[in-house]
Design a protein around this ligand. Structure first.
Ligand SMILES: [Mg+2]
Length: 271
């Protein structure tokens, strides 16, 4: 932990706050207390914010509607997902052909930039890309495994093994689907979403800010906080989600700050 004087100096340099959504600003459809005031503070002090999500099964307009509906002023520029991260990464790598396990809306977005091959192509795709595919069928899974064994690259949007749904149950997420492919091919994917730092690097570039000027706030250690640690930026853990304070404290690499809820962020800035 930083001494108070040092932390005061650093926190006032922040120009971009990266935020997780679920468990950080809301749970289900209920916004946490004090969230609106926190965003008003950002606006008043010219601090930009961006929500980072690993979920590739919804496009950004979906989130704009959801967050706006909860009463927070935002535009599409306040969101960045593993979809944008993946597209930019693959474009930077000059990849042209893909085989994709993903929902229709994700594939439509990819088609603007890449040639998407199907299950029956003679050509081996440069990259086989796996995402949170809630429309997955066995033939597609089989094709992905065959392409990877024949030399196609193996890239995945995010490493989450499972996605929580209602009543405490889970469904397979991207990382879970990748596990199945790994068992078959003996190859490991390159993951791009949180906790990999790529998404944070890309938003820092987009908002033209430095590491010192950037901070991430989230409720999960292994995705949000580790993403921040891997990117070399300050991290703020909130206790409104699924991780308890003790779980943050036992980590060798601890968050820079631990606060009860995002409502306490303003206090951190005002110290
Ligand atoms: Mg969360």
């Amino acid at each position: 932990m930083l001494k108070e004087k040092e932390s005061k100096k650093l926190i006032h340099k922040k120009k971009l706050i990266c935020l997780d959504m679920d468990g950080t600003i809301y749970l289900g459809n209920t916004l946490f207390k004090g969230v609106k005031e926190t965003f008003e503070y950002f606006k008043k002090h010219d601090i930009s914010f961006v929500f980072l999500t690993n979920n590739s099964s919804h496009s950004l307009p979906f989130y704009v509607e959801k967050i706006k509906g909860m009463g927070i002023e935002c535009t599409i520029d306040n969101f960045y997902s593993s979809i944008e991260t993946t597209i930019k990464y693959l474009k930077d790598q000059q990849v042209k052909t893909l085989y994709v396990l993903g929902v229709k809306s994700f594939k439509e977005q990819l088609k603007k930039y890449f040639v998407l091959l199907d299950e029956n192509s003679d050509e081996i795709p440069e990259v086989t890309l796996v995402s949170f595919d809630t429309e997955l069928i066995y033939e597609e899974l089989k094709a992905a495994c065959l392409y990877i064994q024949k030399g196609s690259g193996f890239v995945a949007t995010n490493m989450d093994h499972r996605c929580p749904i209602e009543d405490g149950f889970y469904i397979p997420d991207c990382g879970g689907i990748c596990k199945c492919i790994e068992m078959c091919t003996d190859k490991k994917p390159l993951f791009l979403g949180k906790p990999e730092p790529e998404m944070i690097y890309q938003v820092m570039e987009k908002f033209k800010v430095s590491k010192e000027e950037t901070m991430i706030v989230g409720d999960r250690y292994y995705t949000d906080i580790v993403a921040g640690l891997n990117a070399g930026i300050d991290t703020v853990a909130v206790l409104t989600g699924e991780t308890k304070k003790e779980e943050f404290l036992i980590q060798e690499r601890k968050p820079t700050y631990i606060i009860d809820s995002i409502a306490d962020l303003v206090e951190l800035f005002q110290k």
